[in-house]
Design a binder for this molecule. Sequence first.
Ligand code: HEM
Length: 469
Amino acid sequence: MALTPFRSPRPISYLPIPEPLRRREAKTLELPPGPRSLTLTLSFQRDTPGFLRDVRDRYGQIASFFLGRELFIAAFDPSMVHEVSVSKQRSFIKGVGFERMRKVLGTGLLTNEEPIHLRHRRLMQAPFHINRISGYSRTMLELTRKHLANWQPGSTVEVGPEMMALTFDIVADILFGTDIKGDTKAVQESMHIAIDRIERTMLPGLEKTDGLPLPYFKRFERAADRLHHIATRIVNERIKAGIKRDDLLGLLLDAETSDGEKLSESEISDETLTLILSGHETTANVLTWTFAYLNGRPDLWNGLAQEAQTILSQSDSEDFAKILFNAPIVGSVFNEVLRLAPPVWVAPRRAVDDVVIGNTKIPKGAHVLISQYVTHRDPRYFTSPDSFLPERWVNDFEKTLPDGAYFPFGAGTRKCLGDQFALLEGRIIILEVASRFKLNLIGGFPLAQPRATYRPKGPVAMRVSEAQL
Ligand code: HEM
């Protein structure tokens, strides 16, 4: 029987991973300062973004610490973020957490390493080009309208699950068309179980527990297998039927490099799971945060409702995507939420060479963390860094920022493939909601539950009322 991703070994064409540096070996190294308390793992686990921010405040732009007895170096200055993700990216591979994610997603773009990653990236770039993505804007709008038809003024909606269901439907529809209809629930359920278990066992060393015959890991394995079987079946059925469709799956099946290279069936199957996962959770979380942040800003709700009237009336225009990208209020709101609540809030890496970041020597084998959450709150670039101020994004503010100061979609060859997709989808959903409704938080502002993505804790209940213009 073919191996499922859960049981598959690390592909042999990847570069070997250097041994992690343990506390004892690191004693002889000159390390940047950092906390050395024995209860560090606990405070890291309890509130990782808060821990990282505190480390930056106390020890400066680069700091070291040990988790699970392995050396971690966190780099916060924008110039260092740029070095890790762009100018010296070859010295790093993806780090802690991604190995485990591969057990669910197989070898898709998110988890792949070189040389396979760049080959796939080249093949998958075209379907995500802005010209192609624009063609999806109408599907995004239609599905949003269909979804919002269930919202009634006077009722309460749980914005978190609502956004999760909507963004899932959008990515599934654009990827597979109707082929996934019968499997939607199974995919959502299995993804939920698998991701929950990846997240709870993210620290180094815990991957060794996967083989234990505990129901907890058995459920993880079953969920991963189920996802793999569904994706493989959908891809195989499409190929067998020989029907050409111009959904994303059709484009991936046709994708070919100039020298005739194509993705295999199993590669496409892994890529589809990767796109479903990375293409819905992130956007759903940032949208949920958006509606929570807007709660304190009725002026913005009104501004958005007015902007929606002008923009959405042009949804039949060929330039609809361009018009959306130029819409100032929704653009600033989305940018600001991506700054304060970046769904991908930390990017773990592993140094595969000795490399200098800033003026600090990072030894081969060290875990390296860069964090959107911390760097996006650097007061040198963002005044009142914790305040929700979409106004800061006017007058091309982003262009005044140094490289690496604002990177909600990452940078370099590992930059998000779906950034334009997400920016378009986010704008459409926010505007469509604002054109019909105003939402008010029922409880207080949601707490964060930062795991693999930075998500609000709980469902975020909001009262629906009619939009006021
Ligand atoms: C607001 C929504 C989103 C945010 C903030 C976001 C952010 C990111 C970030 C930061 C990375 C890089 C992770 C790293 O370097 O460790 C990434 C990778 C990726 N994202 Fe997104 N993403 C979003 C939505 C999407 C969507 C809608 C799709 C697809 C439809 C997508 C597909 C991917 C893929 C395939 C990768 C891996 C790229 C590679 O390594 O070549 N993302 N995303």
